[in-house]
Structure formats: C-alpha cells, structure tokens
Design a binder for this molecule. Structure first.
Ligand code: GLN
Ligand code: ZN
Length: 760
C-alpha cells in the first residue's frame, strides 16, 4: 500500500541557465530553431532524469517562454495581430511573447502580450487575450510530442495543463466580451485535449486550478461543477491541483468535483487537509504538497513523518506526496553552490534537493523509517543546527524589534507644517525636477564591478572608479539644470542585493537563478538570520556626491518591504518580524544620512504592491505592517528633512489610503504610459502630500518631447495642485543609455521652465 511521490513542475531554465542563453542566441540570429529545439530537448531529458525516481513525472511544465503562453497556443487562442503575420508558428509564439520574431523586419513588430505576475509569485506570464472574435482550436502537438519523448525515456508522464477556469480567469477581455461566456466553446477543446492524451497512453493529467485559493465571484464558483462534469467524460484520471494558499470557502466545492485526485498546498493550507481527508471519495487520491515549492529551506522530515503516518495509514496508496507547487519558483541545484558558507548551505534545499526529500519521505512511509535512518538523522541535525544557531538568533535584534513604539513611526509635525519648513529650508522652484536614482549602468561600470569582484581590480581602484562615475553623473545633472540631484547608483548592481550584501543576516548564491519571465532570471538574496547593519552603507558615496555640488543631493535607499519581497525569507518567523528588522537597519541608515547633512532622503518601495496577499480579506493586515515598517524606517528624521518614496506603478486605487498613510513628503510614481489617466484616483481621494508623476517612460527607447512632457504635466495639474507637483521620470534610468537619457532629461528641464514661466 505504497504512497506515491510525484512532482508538479521542474524549473525549466536549466542549472546553468542553458535555456536563457539558447533563447538569446536564437533571438539574435546566432542559432537556428533546430539548435534551440535541440537544447530544449536536452534540458527536458536532463530534468526527467533528475525526476526518474518519481512515480509520475510532469510533462508540459517545460516551456520555451511561458507555460500560460503555451496553453494559449494549445488552445489556438492567438491574437489576430500576431497570427495574421507571416512566419512559422514559433515566430508567432515569440511575437506574442516579445512583440517580434527573430527574423522580423521592422514592419512586423507588433505589441507583445501583456505580462503580469503569476498569482503572488515573482514569475510573470503572458496574459491570454479574449475578444468577441476568440475561437479555440486544439493544437495538441506540443504536449503529445513531449509525452512521447518522456515515454521513450522510460518515465511515466503526467501532463500538466492550466485548467479552463484558471486559464480564463488569468486572461484579459480586450473588448466587452464576458470571459465566462467563452466557456461553452472552451470546454469541448479541453475535453478533446484530454481524450487525445488518454489515447496516447497517459493515465493521469495534472489540471492546475490555483484560482481555487482566491476569492471567487459567484459566477465563477458556479461554473466549476459543470465544467468538471464535462471533462470527467474524457475518461482520464484528473488530479485537480490547487496551490499558493488555502481553499477556505472553496473547500466545499473542491470536495464535490468529479475528479480522481485532489492536490492541496500542505505548506500554506495544512489545516485544511483533515477536512479534505474526511470527505474524500473511496477511490479518490489525495496529493499533499508537503515540501515548500516557494522557499529554499530544508523541510523538517521527521516532523512531517509524524504528521503523515496516520494519514498514510488511512489513505494507503491513495496518498501522494509532492512539493506544494511547481518547483519553478526555486533555483535548480544546491550542488552548484560550491563556495557558500557550509553551515548555512546545510540548511537549504533547491529543486533537486526537494525531490530528494520527497524520496526520503516516500521511502520512510513505504518501507519504514529504518531504511532511511541516515538521511533522517542528517536532516534532523540540519534542522536543529538552524534552530539553535547564534548566527540566526540575535537577542539584541529581537529586543530592538519588540521595543518599537508607535512614536518611532511618527514625524514630529504633520505634513503641512513640514512642507512649510521644506519650502523655507530647500527653497526649491515650483515643479522641481529630479530623477528616481540610477543613471545608465554602462558596460564600463559593469566591467569594473566584475573585475573588482574577481579580485582583478583593487578596492582603492574600484572606489576611485565609482567616484569618477559619480562626479560625471553630478556634472551632467549640473549641466542639465536638475534641481534635486542624485549620485547615480553606479556602485549598485541591484537595489536589493547592494543592501543585502552590506547587512548581516543575508547570504547570496552564485547560481541560484529563478525565472522571472522568458529568458530573464533573478537571483534573490536569502535572509537567513536576524538582521543588523554593521556600518553605514551609503553615507560615504552620498556625502562625496554632495561635496561636488551646491545643489541638493538626495540620499537613496531601498525600503524594508521591497528588500523583503525580493528575497527568499525565513520561514521560522512571520514575514512582518523580518520586515521590522529590516526597517530598523534602514532607519539607522536614514539617521546617519541626516546626520551627514543630507536633507532629502528617498526610500524606494518598488515592491510594496506586489506583496499584496492573494485574498483581499488579507490585504489590510499586510498593509498595516508594511506601512508601519516603512514608517519606522523613514520617520525618525527631523521635520526639516524631506522624505521621498518611489513606486514603480501607480495602480493604487485600491491601496491609496495605505500609500497616504506612509506619510512620505514626496512620492514619485510611474504614470507616463497611461497618459496620466492613472492619476484619476486623485479625483476621489485627496492624496495630501507631494507627488511626482513620471513623464518619461524609461521602459521605452523613445525620448519624450518637450511638448509631450508639458502636456502630461498639464494633465497632472488638473488633478493635483501645482505646489505639490514634481517633475521626474517614471523610474530609474539604469537600463537606458546616456544617448537617450541626456536629451530626455534636457526636455524634462525645458518643459519645467516653460511651465514655470506660465505660472509666473
Ligand atoms: N532608485 C532606484 C533606481 O533608480 C529605483 C528603482 C526601482 O524603483 N525599481 O534604479
Ligand atoms: Zn521604479
């Protein structure tokens, strides 16, 4: 009566980012499609080999760009603007993904599909598009050929597909078409897809419906039964797969669906497992996602076994074990981390190690704990060493967090009084101009940094180099006539990594890449312990920059919420505790900057919005602690110091109250692409403090004209009083070249002059 082990998805990018490099070479015309396909086939093969100890191996989780995009092609749902162009299917595929195919002439460029976050992860998918013209037509070729590929390699394939309701839900209606009305058309296509898989010898299909962990509107809720009744007719075993959270009010629904198996996220929804067991049909399988697919820590296997034993006793071979979700969200292999601190390394598990943990669990249940006694003992030792480590637990830090008072997050005077003081102290012109912080990260900067890291460039030489960059950047801003200057962030490779490296409690991987979208990967820092700031992190650079000019120099920091949301975090304390530790470290930096006579300090919270929980009912709690953490970081300063914050979006209709509660003196946001329409929210909500709506879309190589900027600012002035408006780009300039940045900023300054002369 064996419990079975399986996986929901394996990282596709490759242990050494092989897929990234193969894609980029293909896009640049450096290799053929056959070459790309060969690399992809090789990766799939390696990934299946790594999973060959599993009873069921995911197929179709691999993707050349994105699995949701793959699903659009499987369902024949390709926007007309893409499909009408000449070329192969793969050309259409990359056009939908990126706006162009490798061989396109300039005329063939189309708008790429919109990209958005896959639930609460940092993975971005290409949004399916729907309209009145949408028609679905099955193209099962990709799945079928990969199933055959897997069968040839001797693994038991379990195709993975995005379920019909989640597919519709994550897509976007481009006209007024109601998405659910497309179901009638969509169901037969899914049914046919399943029938064809059955004919190919497939026993189980993993059908992902993660929307079941969100608050579903009534209409969506109601469709599930009907849809799954139709799919049941295909006669293949369906594993209805939910992850990323609790089912809550959808639990009842999930129990009633006519599927052969249910997968639950037993990390985030462990307390719902019993209820599902209690009502499980006699033949139904329960797959428990016991290994955290969203984080990089070793699981406590002994603890898990204690919990699983009675469940296994009851369900026997109807108990399956898996990671909580696809392993797409963790790096591939810890074995690549050759130079990592061994003590901390011993606490970690990446995708391959997670699958090993699964095997140990399976074997312990099936053949007795004795057969894996050594592995279990090692695991216990690792868990214990992390739990007891003095590098993790620092009593002083815990004490400092416990001692945080509301006053620490409170400025002495309310904004209107502070603004008076700033008018006097800073004496800025109306519509002051500034930038968001970074200036172009040129190849020279990158080369110098990597030479420094590899030891080829001495610390002194590197420091001199960065100083020269800062000087150049300040000189440029002087010439341009920018009112509030920045030092340009040349010393930072990344706004989170830079601070992580200077704080205690962080560790970095060499190769811990996670796919963000397409060929783009990120290497999130790991927060393993209580956080301290051994010494000032930015004061020397900012002070140096300040010494070069008589204009105001803005200090630049990354905020606690953003550092938290872009890192792998501890699972042994609430996220909020870690966030407050970060807030205290940033607060020290803010106070040091103030003491160094820096009168304007910006604390970026680019990732505040993206940390919002999946369920709206959980939003307020998140906003409460994130806003207080920001306030603790920022608000220790005196009234005369001006605090800025920056956010890379302006979609904040629903969180505007929280943004306002941060009480930053100035907020800069992204607005230029939306033609200032995103400022509509200010019609209803009187945001009380200063705002800098972006006038330069830094994601595009286009240079905004003076007229363009003037027009945008006029629109902004209709909604926000002139005295509270700033002029700035949408975001940092580090991805742009000087050739673009110089004229764009020149136009920005000229636009400011025109507007000022009108006011005068
Ligand atoms: N200060 C950062 C920069 O300019 C902000 C980047 C961001 O918001 N993503 O690069
Ligand atoms: Zn930004």
């Amino acid at each position: 009566m064996m419990a079975r082990i399986h996986n929901l998805g394996f990282p596709r990018i490759g242990a050494n980012r092989e897929l990234k490099f193969a894609l980029e070479s293909y896009w640049k015309g450096g290799s053929s499609f056959n070459g790309l396909e060969k690399e992809a086939r090789g990766l799939r093969q390696i990934h299946w080999q790594h999973q060959s100890h599993l009873e069921l191996v995911p197929v179709g989780d691999f993707s050349l760009y994105d699995h949701v995009l793959d699903m659009s092609f499987t369902l024949g749902n390709i926007p007309q603007r893409v499909s009408k162009l000449q070329g192969t299917e793969i050309d259409a595929y990359f056009r939908f993904a990126r706006g162009r195919a490798p061989v396109d002439t300039a005329d063939d460029v189309v708008n790429a599909g919109e990209m958005t976050k896959w639930f609460d992860t940092n993975y971005h998918y290409i949004v399916p598009e729907f309209s009145a013209n949408t028609e679905f037509r099955l193209d099962n070729s990709r799945l079928l050929s990969q199933v055959a590929e897997a069968q040839r390699l001797g693994v038991n394939p379990k195709p993975v597909i995005v379920g019909p309701l989640t597919y519709l839900w994550v897509g976007k209606s481009k006209d007024n078409t109601i998405k659910l009305e497309l179901l009638e058309q969509l169901m037969p296509v899914y049914r046919q897809l399943l029938e064809e898989l059955k004919a190919a010898g497939v026993q189980w299909v993993q059908i992902d419906e993660p929307i079941l962990v969100t608050e579903l509107e009534q209409e969506w809720h109601q469709q599930f039964k009907r849809v799954y009744q139709v799919l049941a007719g295909a006669g293949i075993n369906l594993l209805l797969t939910t992850y990323f959270g609790q089912l809550k009010e959808n639990l009842e629904l999930v129990r009633e669906l006519p599927v052969q198996g249910i997968h639950l996220d037993a990390v985030r929804a462990r307390d719902e497992v019993q209820a599902v067991i209690d009502s499980l049909g006699n033949e139904q399988v329960l797959s428990l996602g016991v290994i955290d697919g969203r984080n990089i820590w070793k699981s406590d296997l002994t603890g898990l076994l204690g919990w699983l034993l009675p469940i296994h006793e009851k369900l026997k071979d109807r108990l399956w074990l898996a990671p909580s979700c696809s392993l797409l969200h963790v790096p591939v292999d810890l074995a690549s981390e050759k130079s990592m601190d061994p003590e901390i390394r011993n606490w970690l598990a990446f995708a391959r190690q997670k699958l090993e943990e699964l095997q140990v669990l399976g074997q312990a249940l099936n053949k007795g704990e004795k057969t894996v006694a050594l592995a279990l003992a090692d695991n216990r030792q690792a868990i214990q060493s992390r739990r007891d480590s003095r590098r993790v637990h620092k009593p002083d830090v815990k004490k400092a967090v416990a001692a945080i008072t509301p006053e620490m997050g409170q400025r002495s005077s309310p904004y209107p009084q502070r603004a008076e003081i700033h008018r006097y102290v800073l004496a800025l012109p109306p519509l002051p101009t500034t930038t968001i912080g970074s200036f172009p990260q040129t190849t020279e900067i990158r080369t110098a940094r990597s030479s420094f890291r590899s030891g080829k460039l001495s610390k002194d030489k590197y420091t001199d180099f960065i100083k020269a960059e800062i000087r150049q950047c300040v000189d440029k801003q002087e010439l341009l006539g920018i009112d509030v200057m920045v030092h340009g962030e040349a010393e930072r490779n990344d706004m989170v990594e830079y601070f992580g490296e200077l704080l205690d409690g962080f560790i970095f991987t060499q190769n811990g890449w996670v796919q963000s979208y397409g060929s783009r990967c990120v290497k999130p820092p790991i927060i393993f312990g209580d956080i301290t700031r051994p010494e000032p992190m930015t004061v020397a650079w900012i002070s140096y920059a300040k010494s070069l000019t008589s204009k105001w120099m803005k200090g630049m920091l990354t905020g606690p919420v953003t550092i938290l949301n872009w890192s792998f975090v501890r699972d042994d304390q609430p996220r909020s505790d870690t966030c407050f530790q970060l807030a205290l470290a940033i607060r020290q930096e803010v106070l040091d900057l103030e003491a160094a006579d820096i009168k304007i300090i910006q604390i970026d919270e680019a990732a505040l919005r993206e940390g919002l929980p999946l369920r709206k009912t959980d939003w307020q709690a998140y906003l409460d602690w994130t806003v207080s953490a920001f306030r603790v970081a920022a608000n220790g300063v005196q009234d005369r110091t001006q605090i800025h914050t920056h956010m890379c979006y302006s979609e904040f209709n629903d969180i505007i109250q929280a943004i306002s509660d941060m009480d930053a003196d100035v907020i800069t946001i992204e607005t230029s692409r939306s033609d200032m329409e995103l400022l509509d929210v200010f019609d209803d909500f009187r945001y009380p403090n200063d705002i800098g709506p972006g006038v330069y879309d830094i994601h595009s190589p286009n240079i905004p004209s003076v007229d363009n900027i003037v027009a945008l600012m006029r629109k902004a002035m209709q909604r926000i009083p002139l005295e509270r408006l700033w002029i700035n780009p949408d975001c940092g300039l580090k991805t742009r070249s000087w050739k673009e940045v110089s004229p764009a900023l020149e136009n920005m300054v000229r636009a400011a002059a025109i507007l000022r002369s009108e006011i005068a």
